[in-house]
Design a protein around this ligand. Sequence first.
Ligand SMILES: Cc1cc2nc3c(=O)[nH]c(=O)nc-3n(C[C@H](O)[C@H](O)[C@H](O)COP(=O)(O)OP(=O)(O)OC[C@H]3O[C@@H](n4cnc5c(N)ncnc54)[C@H](O)[C@@H]3O)c2cc1C
Length: 386
Amino acid sequence: MTANLRFDPIRLPPECEALRREVRAFLAEEVAVGTFDPNQPRYGDLHDRAFSRRVGARGWIGMTWPKKYGGHERSFLERYVVTEEFRVANAPVRLHFVADRQSGPILLKYAPEHVRMDILPRICRGELCFVIGMSEPGSGSDLFAAKTKATKTNRGWVINGSKIWTSNAHIADYMIGLFRTSPPTKDNRRYGLTQFLVDMKTPGITVNPIYQMTGEHDFNEVIFEDAVTPEDHVLGEIDGAWKQATSELAYERSGPERFLETFYVLIALVRALGPKPDLRSAEGLGRLVAQLHTLRRMSVSVNGMLQAGQEPVVEGSIVKDLGTVWERKLPGRVRELAAFLEPEMTNRASLEDQLAFATTMAPKLTIQGGTTEVLRGIIARGLGLR
Ligand SMILES: Cc1cc2nc3c(=O)[nH]c(=O)nc-3n(C[C@H](O)[C@H](O)[C@H](O)COP(=O)(O)OP(=O)(O)OC[C@H]3O[C@@H](n4cnc5c(N)ncnc54)[C@H](O)[C@@H]3O)c2cc1C
């Protein structure tokens, strides 16, 4: 077993609690003026350009990035608090969330300086929506099977092919896409892929909607037909993107958004049970809260490691595996605990409504960002078991 797997018992420092109060006050003001309804998750996670700009103006996008690029040089633990509060409130962060979480850090590491100076400050101001262009028909878990091609010409790189399940592509300004620039080699099937920054307004890009079971439109198919992206939009090493992929996954998989997506049903249950739940309900609720607390401590720990400059890919995968399985099962557990509530009880209708929505959307939670089976493969490898 590897000696490197660890979850240090990191606590959020006192400055995080002051920040938490600030964020809560901001969100309460936004709720009061009707920007969003925290009790309506189906509407709560939609994008809102004006809201994202207000979040940017508060300094809560690009929090950990250098000031030179519009960032705020704050800690990953402070960023953790902001993410947690926004998620618990069902705030409409969809427009800026991916750019803040993972596209910005990729650009910081791999984009040429003039591209960083152009784009990162706009992300920090809440002006840009980024999407992840990895999955393709026939290439989901196995990213290295990607076929969509980028071919070098004297006009720049010409892209042909398609991406699928691209969340938010219909509202996006930019994609960070993974494209095939050379065939794989005999001894390295991961070879031959390159990451590119792609302006979604580029001629030759078509975005077609794909609807969720809930009826919502949040992901898409993206078709590329001779779409040209300039030479200076190559990110990192040509043909060597596999070396870049791992650090991105640590950012993508470890945050509180990986166990809080159905949290609203727990809140609705607490409201429905009222201040004096029966023993059975109180025990069940206590168990769920204890599990949530543990997940939270693990996620804070991973963010502490990111703060220390580490790449906790295995620990991040463990948080995502345990967290998404927990949040996926949560609606079922809440339904069991609510089974004996009187039909006419106050708040029962709102609980039923939220359970219906959570149950329909929950299957996606253990697929997006890497499936349970794939994560367990990564964890097993990290533990030296395969
Ligand atoms: C809501 C949602 C949003 C998404 N947003 C994006 C996005 O913005 N950008 C993007 O690029 N992608 C996105 N995805 C795609 C997501 O990353 C893929 O669906 C996921 O990686 C799985 O790929 P797949 O669907 O092709 O399934 P497959 O890879 O075909 O897997 C099918 C089944 O086989 C299992 N399996 C596959 N390989 C292995 C293995 N090696 N060992 C054991 N079991 C295995 C899987 O666990 C799964 O159960 C999104 C998906 C969802 C559900």
